[in-house]
Design a protein. Structure first.
Length: 152
């Protein structure tokens, strides 16, 4: 298992400021995605939003993270009727902390971008990580794994 801690830092979201170490929840799902309003990222965000009641029933907060601006996040949330919060990581503080910036091949060019990744924390400790995630069906997999983790 990877050893990653939650940074004690204030980040901007579409709804305001947030500090990941001061959330009123025992369980936290952080998922990193490349860009708002792109097909895969929309699939993933809508997937988590559709299951938000089930995550809430498990006392679990779900937060998406990308390098998009707060304004872009607000538009994405409004357009897709998302029910999750999104952190703007324009300076890549969280992306670097979680080591999700990777070299990717886009249209034949090598670029540095966010590798779709998800992390489940329990009481501030990383208990599950997913790298190189496929967007379709991922929210369902995270919910199933979370249910198993909480039963242990």
């Amino acid at each position: 298992m990877e050893t990653i801690t939650l940074p004690d830092h204030v980040f901007l979201t579409a709804q305001g400021e947030i500090n990941l170490t001061q959330l009123d929840t025992d369980w936290l799902v952080l998922y990193f995605y490349p860009k708002d309003s792109t097909p895969g990222c929309t699939t993933q965000a809508v997937g988590f939003s559709c299951l938000i009641d089930q995550f809430n029933d498990r006392q679990t907060r779900v937060i998406g993270i990308s390098r998009d601006s707060v304004k872009t996040h607000q538009n994405f949330i409004a357009k897709q009727a998302l029910t999750i919060d999104l952190i703007s990581d324009k300076d890549e503080t969280l992306c670097k902390h979680f080591d999700v910036i990777k070299e990717k091949n886009m249209y034949g060019k090598q670029v540095m971008g966010i590798e779709r990744s998800t992390f489940i924390f329990h009481q501030g400790q990383l208990v599950q990580s997913y790298r190189k995630v496929k967007a379709a069906g991922h929210a369902e997999q995270v919910l199933a794994d979370l249910t198993t983790l909480q039963a242990q």
